[in-house]
Design a protein around this ligand. Structure first.
Ligand code: AMP
Length: 249
């Protein structure tokens, strides 16, 4: 089974982002960029499926600027066999990414596509679901366990009430939750090996996809600053404040 994994280049999760002075977005100039953490989990899961003899080939895909090649090299250092960059300087929204991935699914015919449940920059949590809809594929979001049983994907999902187990016909779209696995550290020998793995670059037009944004951001603002806390003398004072100041009880 071929596995396609979508990996997004995002601002590193340790960076405290700042809003641009004109409120048009977040300032990403000279900021450390890394692979979206949920996508690291996605690649790790694909590699584990390959180690179990379930997956035969892992293809990492990233859509965005030229520097996404670094993210793809990391994916190949973790264990992807080859990579595809859909290169564009255009701002990509989930629907555009889903369309690009759908075009690659048509071309590569994978049995499984693994994505992160959400990208930590836009927090959309949409791309996997949109891809499943566009490709008329089964979907299992927020996966905490993925197995192949009798030629079907058996996926345990984290839902509000606990865990749900689904059995799905292939091809299937899976999105990863935090507890699916713990990604391995990338070793230097594997970084060196990854430099020699194939990385194809295509443009959205080569895939026949129009990636023009459909949503316009009007304004981005910092969250309001939190005021300092106060110490209360006793429970009675706390209750009084909750009732009369905060008005929450
Ligand atoms: P989102 O719907 O934006 O929260 O993203 C969910 C998942 O879709 C991410 O974890 C990635 O696996 C995938 N994805 C989103 N944008 C991109 C992109 N530009 N390139 C590759 N994968 C992406």
């Amino acid at each position: 089974m071929k596995v396609l994994v979508a990996v997004k280049r995002v601002v590193d999760y340790n960076v405290k982002v700042r809003v641009k002075s004109d409120n048009s977005g977040v300032d990403i100039a000279n900021v450390k960029m890394s692979m979206n953490p949920f996508d690291e989990i996605a690649i790790e899961e694909a590699v584990r499926l390959k180690e179990k003899g379930v997956a035969t080939e892992i293809i990492a895909v990233s859509c965005g600027v030229t520097q996404c090649q670094e993210t793809l090299r990391t994916a190949m250092a973790i264990g992807a066999d080859r990579a595809i960059l859909v290169e564009t300087a255009e701002e990509l929204q989930p629907l555009a990414v889903a369309k690009l991935l759908k075009a690659l699914v048509d071309k590569e015919q994978p049995g499984m596509v693994i994505l992160g449940k959400q990208a930590i920059d836009d927090d959309c949590n949409q791309t996997g679901q949109m891809l499943a809809a566009l490709g008329d594929m089964a979907q299992a979001t927020f996966a905490s366990k993925v197995e192949l049983v009798d030629g079907r994907a058996q996926v345990t999902r984290e839902v509000d009430g606990g865990l749900e187990v689904l059995s799905l016909a292939l091809p299937v779209v899976v999105t990863t939750d935090l507890r699916l696995n713990e990604p391995r550290y990338v070793t230097l020998p594997n970084i060196m090996k990854a430099k020699k793995k194939p990385l194809d670059v295509v443009k959205p037009a080569d895939l026949g996809v129009d990636v023009t944004p459909r949503i316009r951001t009007i304004k981005v603002v910092e969250p309001p600053k939190r005021g300092a806390g106060v110490k209360v003398a006793d429970v009675a004072a706390l209750v009084e404040k909750l009732k009369n100041e905060a008005k929450v009880i």
